[in-house]
Design a protein around this ligand. Structure first.
Ligand code: ZN
Length: 415
């Protein structure tokens, strides 16, 4: 068995194909195209493919606009969050107020009732404490609790791209849009010159009941099929406006290539290949799979979760200091194999990484199943933006995840 048989060209083909479907929020036509593609590719390896269908609200005929009103009106480019609260069709007009990073403490000195707040995040991803999380979902809740009627968000990671986020499975509490950081800067200048500045915000859509799926392909083990190793390509859905080449066509590409590879090198234990929905709005697809499908993953000895592994620094994230963590032994095993192969795939001890930061791995960790989370979110300049394109991928980086994972699977299989 040689990892040379794991081919970058195959993984690139998958990233290109999946990202070409474009932004694919749960339940949209593009999401369904990605689902069909993944199912067909998995089936081609001989895996038995099945899925867990899940209901999800889908927005149709969206109208999303942000305008400054008053003597010098202007329109600001923006995108909605994955599941924002909605305004009436005619939108809302309200005074603007800047609230920094919109941590809870940012609302104690300011009167935001009835206003549209604007705020930003910068690195690191997590805030100084788990309560002061940089996650926009938390910022939106803080703003809502304080009585704001809308939220404008931006990220400092990039000046020109628009970064969008998933918030919750159901529609969020207040309408929220994201703007480029350069535009947030201009907005702040105008606001400082005129504290009574008002904005008109429209986030309107028809909400229909849609469906997405957690896809799974089973490759039965030859001699010990009751034991399983789960290779988790993570999520096929994206936030709005991002084609998600890295986040997360990259993880799916690694999974699909490993499925092809292991179809040629069958294991003694059963391999289960999984692609989820609902990661961006709280990893609920993964949660449902862990809850509803123990008959599929059975005696699971390792769940290897692979998400956005074309970032500049990928590694195995461990989890919060005092919280539940990914598996120490498996993390070290993959780190060691990477090292032996000449790659750098370190265990990343980042004490502030909380539940959300562990993405699709958290439901496994929570259930006490040995899990690994290979990810690179904290180092990706294009993260969640319209700049996350196939054209900017670091081609060979995918092998630095696929190869050591393949060796780890082989090792766990022999135990
Ligand atoms: Zn992701």
């Amino acid at each position: 068995m040689s990892v040379q048989e794991i081919k970058v060209r195959n993984m690139m083909k998958h990233v290109k194909a999946i990202s070409a479907f474009g932004p694919r929020p749960d339940g949209t036509a593009a999401d369904h195209q990605a689902i069909s593609y993944i199912k067909a590719e998995l089936a081609a390896t001989g895996a038995r493919v099945n899925s867990l269908p899940l209901d999800v609200p889908v927005l149709e005929d969206e109208v999303v606009r942000l305008e400054i009103v008053g003597p010098a009106p202007e329109s600001i480019p923006c995108k909605p969050m994955l599941r924002p609260g909605l305004t009436p069709r005619e939108g809302i007009t309200a005074p603007l107020i800047f609230v920094g990073k919109a941590f809870e403490r940012d609302f104690t000195q300011r009167e935001v009732k009835g206003k549209i707040v604007f705020c930003y995040e910068d690195l690191p991803f997590e805030g100084p404490t788990p309560e002061e999380c940089n996650f926009p979902g938390v910022k939106t809740e803080n703003a809502h609790k304080a009585g704001a009627v809308g939220l404008i968000f931006s990220t400092r990671r990039s000046d020109s791209f628009i970064q969008t986020w998933g918030l919750h499975r159901e529609l969020d509490v207040i309408p929220s849009v994201s703007v480029p950081f350069s535009e947030l800067g201009r907005l702040k200048e105008r606001y400082e010159a005129d504290p009574n500045l008002q904005a008109h915000l429209t986030v309107h859509a028809r909400v229909v009941q849609g469906q997405s799926e957690v896809i799974y392909g089973v490759m039965p083990g030859l001699t010990r099929p009751e034991r399983t190793i789960v290779i988790y390509g993570s999520h096929h859905e994206t936030n709005p406006g991002t084609p998600g080449a890295n986040d997360n066509a990259s993880g799916l590409a690694v999974m699909l290539e490993l499925a092809r590879y292991f179809s040629q090198h069958r294991t003694d234990k059963t391999l289960v290949f999984v692609s989820t929905c609902g990661e961006e709005s709280g990893a609920w697809g993964s949660e449902e799979f862990v809850k509803q499908k123990p008959d599929v993953y059975g005696q699971c000895e390792a769940a290897l979760i692979i998400d956005m592994v074309n970032s500049s620094e990928n590694g195995m994230l461990t989890g919060a200091k005092n919280g539940k963590k990914t598996d120490v032994r498996l993390n070290k095993m993959i780190e060691r194999y990477a090292d032996e192969l000449g790659y750098y795939l370190p265990v990343i001890e980042e004490p502030t990484i909380t539940r959300g930061g562990l993405g699709d791995s958290f439901p496994w960790v929570e259930k006490g199943i040995p899990a690994v989370f290979i990810d690179g979110y904290h180092s990706d300049y294009f993260y969640h933006t319209n700049g996350d394109l196939f054209e900017v991928l670091n081609t060979n980086v995918l092998k630095a995840t696929a190869d050591p994972v393949a060796l780890a699977v082989k090792c766990i299989d022999q135990e």
